[in-house]
Design a binder for this molecule. Structure first.
Ligand code: GDX
Ligand code: MN
Length: 389
């Protein structure tokens, strides 16, 4: 049997203590797992609950679990999950001799010890990085599709980056050599907020790693969001990071990228609606400031301003299609400023219209809608490639 050489980290902020405790137990029960690092945002209620849980463990297990507070690595961005993950990497390198570091979100109800095996199997085969991807509801994953994968297609159209199924997934493992590289990388250290997952993904490409994407058939069941506005911070931070790094030259010619074959998505995911559509339309209609309207008129093609007005007055129910999203994306790439609330709100509002357009199609024709998202990536890629010629 192989030695225990895997370290598992769960970054956490505010979570259900029972779900989280079960996940820690799953990790501890895995034959390859040596230690478990829990990186907390602050000493909040979840922290206290987890501290109590750790006290119920056997003496040996207690010694294998490290509860630590996240440190501040980034200086420019909000302190968030990125600082948590970077703290874990530093802890792994300085305080453990593990050969591999895995990350999992703390809130996953369907998590089990076998996820660790499935990720580790690929690392044992020689891949530097293995990450999970899942079947998801057809109306879900709209930051991934409309911000990150499109952004990759916009900025790095001739790389494999847009093809990565789940570039924002928080469930992944890599070897110590990659951990060392990440720990010294300013692009990664500065990604202290939700941009960390994107920072990891582009850095794996920058390092030309051997990457494997593992399909977790049973899916990731975790706490759900209600309105699209729950995703506002995540959406803007993920976009801003791509914009910030748009001049980075990336070639993936030497990268190795394999993934499990995509199986047909279970029916239940096709018809599950991931958010409250009516509530999102109502939310879209409120909160327009004079500055936001001014930006719309000054920077965007006229068609987009008209579109917004028509949605506001209930005359348009088609929202933003992939062509208009390409146009909008280009404008945001040029002018978006994350320190300006009006830009953040405007970005969020147009993204909502894009998501609504997709959701409408997905409810009527699920399979067509998902193909259409792939068409969007091709459109972004081709238009940006054509521009380079
Ligand atoms: N230490 C620390 N500090 N942990 C955090 C913080 C923070 O500021 N914020 C969130 N977390 C933890 C959280 O407790 C959970 O364990 C994990 O990070 C993911 O957060 P969750 O609220 O469950 O995010 P969600 O909506 O499931 O996010 C998914 O997409 C994110 C993204 O798209 O950027 C998930 O796959 C994340 O891993 C991914 O970062
Ligand atoms: Mn979650």
């Amino acid at each position: 049997m192989r030695q225990k050489d895997v370290v598992v980290c769960f970054p956490f902020k505010k979570e259900d203590v029972d779900v989280f405790s079960k996940n820690i137990k799953e990790a501890l029960s895995n034959k390859r797992v040596k230690e478990v690092i829990l990186v907390a945002y602050s000493k909040n209620e979840t922290y206290q609950g987890i501290e109590n849980f750790i006290n119920t463990l056997s003496k040996e297990d207690k010694e294998r679990v490290h509860l630590v507070l996240q440190k501040r690595f980034g200086t420019k961005r909000r302190e968030g999950k990125g600082d948590g993950m970077n703290t874990a990497i530093q802890y792994f390198l300085e305080h453990t001799d593990g050969n591999f570091l895995h990350f999992y979100d703390a809130d996953i109800k369907s998590f089990s010890s076998s996820w660790i095996d499935r990720v580790q199997r690929r690392l044992d085969e020689g891949y530097d990085v293995a990450r999970c991807f899942y079947p998801r509801s057809y109306t879900d994953a709209q930051v991934t599709w409309n911000i990150t994968r499109t952004g990759f297609a916009y900025v790095w159209p001739d790389t494999i980056l847009p093809d990565i199924e789940q570039p924002l997934g928080g469930e992944l493992g890599f070897n110590r050599h990659i951990a060392e590289k990440l720990s010294k990388d300013n692009i990664v250290l500065s990604a202290s907020d939700w941009s960390i997952d994107t920072a990891f993904t582009i850095s794996f490409a920058r390092y030309n790693v051997k990457l494997y994407e593992v399909y977790i058939e049973e899916g990731k069941e975790h706490k759900l969001y209600g309105r699209l506005s729950d995703l506002k911070t995540m959406a803007t931070e993920c976009f801003d990071f791509i914009k910030d790094n748009k001049d980075l030259v990336i070639s993936t010619d030497k990268m190795v990228y394999h993934k499990d074959e995509l199986k047909d998505i279970p029916e239940k995911y096709k018809h599950m609606v991931a958010f409250d559509i009516k509530g999102s339309i109502n939310e879209f209609k409120v909160g327009w400031t004079p500055k936001m309207k001014e930006y719309l008129v000054r920077y965007f093609p006229r068609e987009i301003g008209e579109k917004v007005n028509n949605v506001l007055t209930g005359k348009d129910t088609e929202f933003i299609d992939i062509d208009l999203w390409f146009e909008s994306y280009g404008v945001f790439m040029k002018y978006f400023d994350i320190s300006d609330k009006d830009w953040r709100e405007l970005f969020f509002k147009l993204w909502v219209l894009r998501v609504l357009n997709h959701a409408k199609l997905a409810i009527k024709y699920p399979d067509k809608a998902i193909k259409h998202l792939r068409t969007m990536l091709t459109l972004f890629r081709e238009r940006r490639m054509a521009k380079r010629l």
